[in-house]
Design a binder for this molecule. Structure first.
Ligand code: CO
Ligand code: CO
Length: 309
């Protein structure tokens, strides 16, 4: 049902009329100092693509690279413990894995989930008039870069870690109970604008983003204005430049934030306008207090993203 053609979040394969499996794999190098926290973030991130399809992850396998001759094995144990605790929270069963010796630590999961074939949420399908909802605040890429440079405060680091360890499970459970959600994806390495582009590429619609409505961590503006930006942010902006039309009123630092590569970012949903208020209210009550309507789908600029204040 979903393969490699349209930058879908995960592969979906129909087994029966009432059952399809979802498969995805994701692993990366540490982006925080604490091994246990890194394990939690890696698992939150790896499970996210299953939730982005509207599915439920069932089983997972660890993928581990570790410099066993250079680093103490207790570090590896802490990473895996963080991962396992997050899998428990998600109700996911660890059924195996594979580890190799490598110069650099890497951790992640191969995940299998399930979904009803008629309930699959692709990243395509947004309709004119839909509202766009983002479930988490942006900024994890900029904060990670600032933390490495020693210029991020403890408060913004804590906020970023809290976001990166929040499963998209709660949001996905609300989504499957809501009708008229036409498209969904999760915000990861390509940033908000990059993943928004994937939603409308080669389609009959475009997107209008209200930049001042997009949630981001308090204190992020200062870091962005200082130019503390990850390399991936510049690549994202460059790569999607032809697709994005930012109004001159929109400051550079804000466009930068919209291109910030996210780790374990929130879900981006395209939903019928009459469902928007109810859905947003349910997100807020479930603890996703940063969730916001950040734009709308239009026919005016098909295949383009218009960014205004
Ligand atoms: Co994804
Ligand atoms: Co992925």
């Amino acid at each position: 049902m979903a393969g490699m053609e349209h930058s879908e979040d995960a592969g979906v394969y129909k087994l029966r009329d009432d059952l399809a499996i979802i498969q995805t794999v994701d692993f990366f190098t540490p982006i925080v100092d604490d091994p246990y926290t890194f394990g939690q973030i890696a698992v939150t991130n790896a499970l996210s693509d299953v939730y982005a399809m509207g599915g439920k992850p069932l089983t997972a396998m660890n993928i581990v690279c570790f410099p066993i001759k250079k680093l103490d094995v207790s570090i590896l144990r802490d990473i895996l413990r963080g991962g396992l605790d997050k899998m428990r929270e998600a109700g996911v069963l660890l059924v195996g894995g594979h580890s190799v010796e490598d110069d650099e630590t890497k951790y992640g999961l191969a995940v299998t989930g399930i979904i009803h074939p008629e309930k699959v949420l692709m990243n395509r399908g947004a309709r004119s008039g839909d509202k766009l909802i983002l479930t988490k605040a942006l900024g994890t890429g900029i904060v990670s870069t600032a933390a490495k440079a020693g210029v991020a405060g403890t408060e913004i680091i804590a906020k970023s870690i809290a976001a990166m360890t929040t499963l998209n499970k709660g949001a996905a459970e609300i989504i499957v109970e809501t009708t008229d959600i036409h498209a969904c994806t999760d915000i990861t390495g390509f940033g908000l604008l990059g993943h928004a582009c994937e939603m409308i590429e080669d389609s009959e619609v475009g997107i209008h983003i209200f930049a001042s409505a997009v949630p981001f961590f308090a204190g992020l503006q200062e870091l962005a204005e200082m130019g503390i930006l990850p390399a991936g942010l510049h690549r994202n902006r460059q790569f999607r430049m032809s697709c994005i039309e930012a109004s001159p009123a929109c400051p550079e630092w804000l466009v930068d934030i919209l291109c910030d590569p996210q780790t374990a970012g929130g879900l981006l949903l395209s939903v019928a306008p009459e469902q928007t208020a109810g859905l947003l209210d349910r997100f807020h009550r479930s603890g996703l207090t940063d969730a916001a309507v950040i734009g709308e789908v239009t026919v005016e600029k098909k295949g383009k993203i218009l960014v205004s204040l």
